[in-house]
Design a protein around this ligand. Sequence first.
Ligand code: G4P
Length: 531
Amino acid sequence: MSTIKDEINRRRTFAIISHPDAGKTTLTEKFLLYGGAINLAGSVKGKATARHAVSDWMEIEKQRGISVTSSVLQFEYDGYCINILDTLGHQDFSEDPYRTLMAADSAVMVIDGSKGVEAQTRKLFKVCVMRHIPIFTFINKMDRDARDTFELLDDIEKELGIATCPLNWPIGSGKNFKGVYDREKKCIIAYSDTEKGTKEGKTEEIAVKDEAKLKALVGEEAAENLLSEIELLDGASAEFDLDEVRAGNLTPVCFGSALTNFGVEIFLKHFLNMTTTPLPRMSDSGLIDPVANDFSAFVFKIQANMNKAHRDRVAFMRIVSGKFDATKEVRHVQGGKTMRLSQPQQIMADERKILSEAYGGDIIGVFDPGIFSIGDTVCAPSDKFAFEGIPTFAPEHFARVRQLDTMKRKQFVKGIEQIAQEGAIQIFQEFNTGLEEIIVGVVGVLQFDVLKYRLENEYNVEIKLENLPYEHIRWIENKEQFDISKLTGTSDMKKVKDMKGNPLLLFVNSWSIGMTVERNKGLILTEFSKN
Ligand code: G4P
């Protein structure tokens, strides 16, 4: 019988990040296929259908053809129990993916080989680098014409500031894609298109030393190119070092083609070998170890109205330590209450499975009657610690919100506050006035549409949004030392406060931020709210 420790140690929890269209869905489907979670028939769907199958939660998703919410998948492979957190990488979207990263122990980054690191996802990748989350890179679509391999790696190093270590090396691309050179085994794995097969096809391996065979397989020119590239690579690329990978300073890179099933299983195996068991998390009583501690978890995401048929709200929790047993009570630290979590479930796409137990590393969704906030801790009734909060990312777009029908003030305030509590938007008030004027801040502009849509559909309130010119927001770190009303800023600066009453400043450009700091000696402004 497996112990709690065994169960935790076989878990691997990672986020999958990519620019839209790089192949994240296809790669995830292949992972699930290897794990036997889905059968091939119908698994590789047209994009439109695949998207809808994955998440059909909101009408707006269908209209936009993008996935608005992140989902969680769990599957078994080779004795591992794997949790994939799907983040979406749309620049116009929310800070949800950033929060999702807080629940992951590592990240798989999918890059389209013909494009390299794309602008829209740079920020998401950078959050991983900032947080020192180990990143594993899969350069996809090698069956299509790709950019120069050295250039692709250079791009990752320059754009993200992380060293790369290719585990394999592509031989050609597009019509001339012949396979990959495995650097460890020093052999060529010949490309085979197994799109229609059930699993990765039988691949032929040829020792790179066997020049005659190599040339026969890939052609004279490609063979010579490869040999010189290998020489260059061995001289130029970073040495493989697992500690550096785990510290998030070095990313192992594999090349392949998710669509044609080439290189996916090898990548998955490498990844599972190198990534970590569930990692501890910091709390106000020190590090909480997954194995040594009783059950504990933190809320990283709240999702309302996932299913229109039952108007409900689900809090997603990452289990940090111990075993979750649905029959036992837990303490909700911030609420100061002991309770039983209601309808704990594993949510896979739009299917839900009620759970009776789960372990450190797992993600569970629980019914939330409106008591949880992002960052909250639940733990065993005898424990009292709270996990470190999840940072709030600075919104970059602001708008003033007005309700069209002033009779519906109550619904409006309730709706906007609930949506803000979920973390879908941030709301601010003018510093000196009451709730009359509400300013909404978002990380991506699409969130404005989602807010409008949800207020209309879920709360029956119509609103008008008036865009404001601000692009930067700063929290005042040493607010106790400053009388905010006496702060002297630039003429375009605006003083506001957040839901907790913290004073903040909005700026049109970064020059004004500098001026304001200069004019108020000792003022410390920060980009993240720490609480
Ligand atoms: P995403 O989740 O990152 O947004 O990407 P997704 O997997 O949906 O893939 C985007 C498109 O790229 C899809 O084509 C998919 O079939 C294709 N694709 C994914 N991996 C590969 C690959 O290794 N090689 C090639 N050639 N194509 C790949 P689509 O035309 O947009 O949709 P579909 O109708 O063909 O599925």
